[in-house]
Design a protein around this ligand. Structure first.
Ligand code: ADP
Ligand code: MG
Length: 616
C-alpha cells in the first residue's frame, strides 16, 4: 500500500484557513480597516459595492509597504507586528496573526496598491486564489489601497450562504462603527454604491459618538474617566433618559479592541440599578486600557471575547467608575431631573467612602488606589426640588393576587382558547366593566368575571389586523397635512430603508429624503399628527428588540413591533365605550386569549371558583 498523507497545496490550505477569518464581507472590512489603523493612517476611506459582495476597498494614507513586503503580506503567518512569543504579551496593534491578507487573497480577487513615503515608486499586485497574477511598479499616492472584488467567487457554497444586501450591510456598518469609535483622531469616509454614508471628521471621542449615534445624544452623555496604576477607563455613558429598549448602543473596548463581555456589561448595568427600567439598556461607549500582559487577546480572531488576568477587579473598577460618573452628573447644574429619594439613600451615592469601608470592600491594592483617588460618591440633597418618582413612569407590575391565583388554582382558571370558545364566551355576555390601575379591565358576565390586560388584549387585536393587512388588506394611510422629515443615524436609515415597503402596506407612507433622511407623508389613522417622528423611532427600536429573535421573519417582527407600539399602554385611562369596543374586538379575533408574545390576554374567574375561595 502506498503512503496516503499529503501536504495540502497552499491555496487550499489558505481557503480553509480563510473560512475562520473571513466569514462575511463585514469580517474583511474589519481586517482591512484594522490594517489601515495599524499602518498609522490619519485618513481612511472605505468603498463598498453591493454590501461588499462585489467590492470592498480600503484606502489609507498610512506608512505603505515596500515591494518585497507587499508581496510577503499575502503569505500566511506573514506579519510585521510580532517576532517572538514575548511580543504576544505586548501587543499594541489591532492585528498580529498575519492571516487576514492571506485569507482575503484566497477567497477574492485582490488588487493592492501601496507606496511608502520615502520610496519613488509604488507597487501594484493583483492576486486571485492565492496566485499572483500581476506585479509591477506604478506611480501611486503614499499609503495603501486594497480592493477585494467578488468575495467567495471561488467558493460558491460560501457565497450562497451570504444574507441579503441589507443584512450584510448592517454587519459592515456595525464593524465600521466599532473601529470608527475607537479612533476619533482618524478621518473616516464610507461610500456605499457611490453614496457617501459616513463622513467623520477627526475630533474628540464625544464628537465621534454624536456623529455616529446621533445629534440628539449630545446633551445626554456623561463622561467617565478614572485612572489608576493598574488600568484606566474613559468614555461616555448615557444619562438614564437615554436608555433604550434595545441593547444596540453598548460598546466596550479593551486596549481599543471592541469586545463583548456579558460580565463587564453587567458591571455597567449594575451601576444604573434603580435609575432605569429593568427592561431597558443604558447607552455606553467605554474604553478600558490596561497592560497588555493582563489581557489574553490571543483568542480566535473573529471572536470578541477576552480573558483578563483578574476579571473581578476589572468588574469592580468599571462599576465604581460608572457609578461615580452618574453620581457626579446628578449634581451638575444642567440637571434635567432629580434622583429618586430611594436612590439618594443608597450608601453608594449618599456617603463618601470611609477608610473602613475601603478596607472592608477592597482587599486588593488596585481597588484601594482607585477609591482613594475618588472619594466623591457624594450627592448633596436638594430639599427644595420636587423629587419625582421615576418608577411611576414605568409599567406597573402584574398585581400579586393575580399571579398567586394563577399558581394555586390552575384548574379553575380558564386561559385556554379552546376551552373558552367551547364555552361560548361572547362579547354580549359582558355587563359591567371597570378599569383597574388604568391597566386592567374587569368585565362581569353571568358566569363570573374576566380580568383583561388592556395592552396585551389590544396587541392581539392589532396583530391580527396587521397580519390581514400584510395579506392584501392594506391599511389606509392618513396623509399628513404637514409631512414630517426624519433624520436618522446611518444604522437606522439602513434599517428603515429595508423595512420601507412593508411599512407602506401597514399605512406608513415614508420616502427617502437625502442622506439618512426620510419624509413621512402619511401614517396609519391611529398615529396622532405630530407624533409621527417618535412613532417611527420607537418602531425601529422595538424592531431591533425583536431582531434577536431569529425564528421570526422580518415581516413578522415588523408586525409584532407595530402591534406593541400602537397598543394601549398601562396607565392609559379608558372610557366605558372604549373598553366595550376593546372587548368586542378582542373576541372577534381568531385567537382572543393569547397575546402575540404568548402571554394570556385575560384570565377568567368563575363564580364557583370565587365561592370556593371564600370557603363555600
Ligand atoms: P497582521 O495584520 O495580523 O499582521 P495581515 O495579513 O492583516 O496580518 O497583514 C500582513 C502584513 O501586511 C501586516 O503585518 C503589515 O505589515 C502589512 N500590511 C497590511 N495592510 C497594510 C496597510 N494597509 N498598510 C501597510 N501595511 C500593511
Ligand atoms: Mg491585519
Amino acid at each position: 500500500m502506498p503512503d496516503i498523507i499529503q501536504l495540502l497545496p497552499d491555496n487550499i490550505a489558505n481557503q480553509i484557513a480563510a473560512g475562520e477569518v473571513i466569514q462575511r464581507p463585514a469580517s474583511a472590512v474589519k481586517e482591512l480597516l484594522e490594517n489601515a489603523v495599524d499602518a498609522g493612517a490619519s485618513e481612511i476611506k472605505l468603498v463598498i459595492n453591493d454590501a461588499g459582495k462585489s467590492l470592498i476597498q480600503v484606502i489609507d494614507n498610512g506608512k505603505g509597504m515596500s515591494e518585497t513586503d507587499a508581496r510577503m503580506s499575502f503569505e500566511r503567518h506573514a506579519t510585521s507586528k510580532i517576532k517572538n512569543i514575548e511580543d504576544l504579551f505586548r501587543i499594541k496593534t489591532m492585528g498580529f496573526r498575519g492571516e487576514a491578507l492571506a485569507s482575503i487573497a484566497a477567497v477574492a480577487q485582490v488588487e493592492l496598491k501601496t507606496k511608502k513615503a520615502e520610496d519613488e515608486t509604488g507597487t501594484y499586485i493583483e492576486i486571485e486564489n492565492s496566485v499572483v497574477k500581476k506585479q509591477e511598479l506604478i506611480a501611486s499616492a503614499n499609503g495603501t489601497s486594497i480592493a477585494m472584488k467578488n468575495l467567495f467567487f471561488s467558493v460558491p457554497a460560501r457565497r450562497n450562504f451570504l444574507k441579503s444586501n441589507a443584512a450584510e450591510m448592517r454587519h459592515i456598518v456595525d464593524e465600521f462603527i466599532r473601529v470608527a469609535l475607537s479612533f476619533p483622531e482618524i478621518f473616516f469616509s464610507v461610500i456605499s454604491n457611490g453614496q457617501e454614508i459616513f463622513h467623520l471628521e477627526k475630533g474628540t471621542l464625544k464628537q465621534r459618538i454624536v456623529q455616529i449615534l446621533g445629534d440628539s445624544l449630545n446633551a445626554k452623555l456623561v463622561s467617565v474617566h478614572e485612572n489608576t496604576d493598574y488600568m484606566n477607563i474613559y468614555g461616555f455613558v448615557g444619562k438614564p433618559e437615554a436608555a433604550k429598549k434595545t441593547r444596540g448602543d453598548q460598546y466596550f473596548f479593551v486596549n481599543n479592541r471592541f469586545i463583548k463581555s456579558a460580565y463587564l456589561n453587567h458591571a455597567v448595568m449594575s451601576a444604573y440599578q434603580e435609575m432605569i427600567a429593568a427592561d431597558s439598556f443604558p447607552l455606553y461607549v467605554l474604553f478600558v486600557d490596561l497592560d497588555p500582559a493582563q489581557v489574553d487577546i490571543n483568542v480566535h480572531p473573529t471572536k470578541q471575547e477576552i480573558k483578563f488576568e483578574d476579571e473581578k477587579i476589572v468588574y469592580a473598577f468599571i462599576q465604581a467608575a460608572v457609578k461615580h460618573s452618574l453620581a457626579q452628573f446628578s449634581i451638575t447644574p444642567t440637571l434635567d431631573f432629580d434622583l429618586d429619594p430611594s436612590i439618594q439613600q443608597l450608601d453608594a451615592v449618599s456617603k463618601p467612602f470611609t477608610t473602613e469601608q475601603k478596607n472592608e470592600t477592597a482587599s486588593s491594592s488596585l481597588y484601594q488606589t482607585f477609591t482613594q483617588k475618588n472619594q466623591a460618591h457624594f450627592i448633596e440633597r436638594d430639599n427644595t426640588s420636587e423629587l419625582k418618582h421615576w418608577r411611576e413612569f414605568y409599567e406597573p407590575r402584574i398585581p400579586e393576587a393575580g399571579s398567586r391565583n394563577l399558581e394555586t388554582s390552575n384548574e379553575q382558571l380558564i386561559i385556554n382558547n379552546d376551552q373558552i370558545s367551547s364555552l361560548g364566551l361572547q362579547t354580549s355576555d359582558f355587563g359591567i366593566t371597570i378599569q383597574l390601575h388604568n391597566t386592567y379591565i374587569i368585565a362581569q358576565n353571568n358566569r363570573g368575571f374576566i380580568l383583561i390586560n388592556q395592552q396585551l388584549a389590544h396587541e392581539r387585536i392589532l396583530y391580527e389586523r396587521y397580519v390581514a393587512a400584510s395579506h392584501g388588506k392594506a391599511i389606509a394611510a392618513q396623509r399628513s397635512l404637514f409631512p414630517v422629515t426624519l433624520q436618522l443615524s446611518t444604522q437606522d436609515a439602513i434599517l428603515l430603508t429595508d423595512l420601507m415597503n412593508d411599512l407602506n402596506d401597514l399605512g406608513y407612507l415614508i420616502e427617502p429624503f437625502g442622506k439618512d433622511a426620510f419624509i413621512v407623508q402619511g401614517t396609519p389613522a391611529d398615529v396622532l399628527e405630530g407624533n409621527e417622528k417618535s412613532a417611527i423611532e420607537n418602531l425601529l427600536e422595538q424592531f431591533k428588540h425583536f431582531s434577536s429573535d431569529m425564528k421570526f421573519s422580518k415581516r413578522e417582527r415588523l408586525i409584532r413591533s407595530l402591534a406593541w407600539q400602537h397598543s394601549i399602554k398601562p396607565g392609559i385611562a379608558l372610557a366605558e365605550k372604549e373598553m366595550e369596543t376593546l372587548i368586542e374586538e378582542l373576541f372577534n379575533c381568531s385567537q382572543p386569549n393569547i397575546a402575540p408574545n404568548g402571554n394570556p390576554t385575560y384570565i377568567e374567574f368563575k363564580k364557583d371558583y370565587l365561592e370556593k375561595l371564600f370557603g363555600k
